[in-house]
Design a binder for this molecule. Structure first.
Ligand SMILES: C[S@@+](CC[C@H](N)C(=O)[O-])C[C@H]1O[C@@H](n2cnc3c(N)ncnc32)[C@H](O)[C@@H]1O
Length: 350
């Protein structure tokens, strides 16, 4: 197995055209923060630094709900892979941990078409209790209370990056996108059905065929199970590229224009999604995510039936497969969620 540094070198020196390698070279960035500073120097400077054996300066993550790996990937993508042919769109930003990463990348991108772009950021900017937990112990603690609008606080938090952003406060359950072609779509907002339905309808058909990248931030999380069925329904239009290790994100590439008439789901989905569709979708999804992500997709499979209020099926899937993953954090989260939210104890596994 080549090391991540070898992978990054092969990519930077033009010796690898493997899409997965290109998308995985961001791991080097994650470990070596000073390489970010060398972006402006271009590829040759980066290659020289990598060949010299870079010193280890671990990156410090930006405050938010994302991991260092996701931040490194977004920066890497926006520097090296983004062409500037379409928009960079961020759906669900919180305090902008990925906005900052994407802007860093755009600033360092050698292509003038890319350097002219801004990140188009969409969020409701309504502070909820989960957010308070995320900023505990940071300089943002106590900044807002539940129910506050925080768009101005967001603007302050991305102060040094704001010139490269176009921030719009929007309720994405209703928002109508202007349909400008999108080259990078970061989705961290498909948290309930109405959001899934409208984000799918408004943004997926705008993805550029061939170049459009869909960064599904919650694909590998037990809760946002809808996204597996949606990606299955659109499987002819997307190529699975890579999971982002150390996070819940998964990257897809848009192969051909997503027809608008395939993006017309309606909530509640329990009225239209059959058990057979769910089964096929999760079998497909387990086939694309890799061995290391089987547990979390199985947990999402159980959760899908909970979202659809098909409790027997949810419990049956858990009983059948739960025992395969005794140490899985996703399974533990699923069990805790069932108990806390539904007052249900998942059954003993087979
Ligand atoms: C998981 S957080 C995003 C985390 C972010 N990507 C980061 O870098 O930390 C989900 C975001 O969705 C936003 N959101 C929730 N409901 C929304 C809605 N109806 N319309 C737009 N944004 C919404 C929240 O305000 C929150 O910022």
């Amino acid at each position: 197995m080549p090391s991540h540094i070898d992978t990054a070198l092969a990519f930077l020196e033009g010796n690898s055209s493997d899409l997965r390698d290109a998308h995985r070279a961001y791991r080097v960035l994650m470990r070596h923060s000073h390489l970010t500073d060398y972006f402006q120097g271009g590829k040759q400077v980066l290659v020289r630094e990598l060949r010299n054996g870079p010193k280890q300066y671990p990156r410090v993550p930006y405050i938010g709900m994302t991991t260092l790996q996701e931040q490194a990937y977004c920066e890497w993508y926006c520097t090296h892979l983004y062409e500037g042919a379409g928009e960079v769109v961020e759906l669900g930003t919180f305090l902008g941990s990925l906005t900052k990463s994407m802007v860093n990348g755009l600033r360092a991108n050698p292509r003038s078409a890319a350097r002219e772009r801004k990140v188009r950021v969409y969020d409701l900017f309504w502070w909820d209790f989960i957010m308070e937990g995320c900023v505990k112990g940071t300089a943002y603690e106590g900044m807002c209370k539940e129910g506050d609008w925080f768009v101005e606080d967001y603007r302050r938090s991305i102060g040094a990056w704001i010139d490269r952003t176009d921030v719009q406060q929007a309720d994405l359950t209703k928002f109508a996108y202007d349909q400008k072609p999108v080259e990078f779509l970061m989705v961290d907002v498909m948290k309930y059905e109405k959001l899934c339905v409208n984000v799918l309808r408004q943004f997926f058909p705008a993805l550029l065929p061939g170049e459009g990248i869909l960064f599904h931030q919650d694909y590998l999380h037990f809760y946002e199970a809808w996204v597996h069925v949606i990606q299955f329904l659109l499987r002819d239009y997307f190529e699975p590229v890579t999971p982002i290790d150390g996070s819940g994100a998964f990257v897809f590439r848009c192969l051909k224009e997503v027809p608008a008439d395939l993006c017309t789901l309606r909530a509640p989905l329990k009225d239209s999604w059959s058990d057979a569709l769910v089964e096929e979708a999760f079998a497909w999804s387990k086939g694309i995510v890799g061995e290391e992500n089987q547990a979390v997709v199985t947990a999402a499979h159980v959760m899908m039936y909970a979202h659809l209020e098909r409790w027997e099926l949810a419990e049956g899937i858990y009983r059948k497969f739960g025992g395969l993953f005794p140490d899985s954090p996703a399974m533990a989260e699923l069990r805790a969620y069932f108990e806390h939210r539904f007052h249900r104890i998942l059954p003993d596994v087979e």
